[in-house]
Design a protein around this ligand. Structure first.
Ligand code: C2E
Ligand code: MG
Ligand code: MG
Ligand code: MG
Length: 297
């Protein structure tokens, strides 16, 4: 029995032969990627950086490090696809240390290049990395070894993943913050957004998920939600970053709602380390917005 053909038929799809072929290929590709990510060839990986800007002045205030897998046959494999594979296949910790080490080295290089700029860098970490014995101590050591200030590194943990192992995350994050490292709740609004979480999981930064930002202009309801998240962030002394700002209209709304920092294609896509180095020497990204749109409602 041809299982793939049977499955395609069972799902009642048209064009069975074509779908069978492509589904099979897709499945084979998945298997191959899973095998390869379990033993990653680090020469195929690189890190790009997206500027985080002060929304009122468009000055670059930091960057976020984003991992890229340049596969020799398949081209760019997106992290939303390979990170979960690495988590399941057991290599996320090795990959994660490689990212952290590379980022620390890069930040030290930027500091030498542009001494007046004390850049903060967001590094995404999987909740699985927090399971490692002595994770916090090892992070602090790594930062010190590279001569960085501890709060130059902001570890980003997605809100959704917190539910997977909340108690351990609370403990490790407390250790990291006691050591001076900053912590961000990433993709805020896509998980439970429980107040109890925010009460117990003390963070420094909240990153408002792109899905809210893309709805902001058309949807007043979304504006109210985001506005209350920003109020809460202020009350808790959290910095807020709006993710995925693509249009001037979206920028106007997040500014009016009182968000301080943002990132998105409107300012810059993620770029190579050299481009960031050049940017740090230059001025604000594009023209600052008019005073009118800066005033807080
Ligand atoms: P994230 O941490 O929320 O990162 C933001 C994502 O939004 C990035 O996607 C970025 O390229 C994208 N983005 C930024 N501005 C815009 C915009 O204006 N419009 C649109 N459409 N997209 C925008 P990317 O690089 O594909 O990363 C996806 C996710 O993969 C990240 O979401 C993060 O959760 C995860 N990830 C990336 N690098 C790492 C890593 O080194 N370790 C771990 N554990 N996860 C990582
Ligand atoms: Mg992030
Ligand atoms: Mg995010
Ligand atoms: Mg995300």
């Amino acid at each position: 029995v041809d299982i793939a053909l049977y499955e395609a038929k069972a799902r009642g799809k048209g064009g069975v032969v074509y779908i069978e072929g492509s589904e099979r290929e897709a499945a084979a590709t998945q298997v191959r990627l899973r095998e390869q990510i379990a033993q990653p060839d680090l020469s195929q990986f690189r890190i790009v950086y997206q500027p985080v800007v002060d929304l009122a002045t468009r000055q670059v205030r930091g960057v976020e490090a984003l991992l890229r897998w340049q596969h020799p046959e398949l081209g760019n494999v997106p992290p939303d696809e390979f990170i979960p594979m690495a988590e399941h296949g057991g290599s996320i910790q090795r990959l994660g240390w490689w990212v952290l080490e590379s980022v620390c080295r890069q930040v030290a290089a930027w500091s030498r290049q542009v001494p007046r700029h004390r850049l903060a860098v967001g590094v995404n970490v999987s909740i699985r990395q927090l399971d490692e014995p002595d994770f916090a101590v090892r992070v602090l050591d790594l930062i010190d070894e590279h001569g960085l200030e501890r709060d130059q590194i902001i570890l980003e943990i997605t809100e959704q993943s917190l539910a997977r192992d909340f108690e351990n995350a609370v403990e490790v994050v407390a250790q990291l913050r006691a050591g001076g490292v900053s912590v961000a709740v990433d993709d805020y609004g896509t998980g439970y957004s429980s107040l109890q979480y925010l009460d117990r999981f003390a963070a420094d930064v909240v990153k408002i998920d792109r899905s809210f930002v893309s709805n902001l202009v058309a949807n007043e309801h979304t504006q109210k939600i985001v506005s209350s998240v920003l109020d809460m962030a202020r009350a808790l002394d959290l910095q807020s970053i709006a993710e995925g700002i693509e249009t001037p209209e979206q920028l106007d709304v997040v500014l009016r709602l009182g968000c301080e920092l943002g990132q998105g294609y409107l300012f810059s896509r993620p770029v190579g380390a050299e481009a960031i180095g050049e940017l740090l020497g230059a001025g604000p990204l594009a023209e600052p917005t008019s005073a009118a749109s800066v005033s807080v409602a």
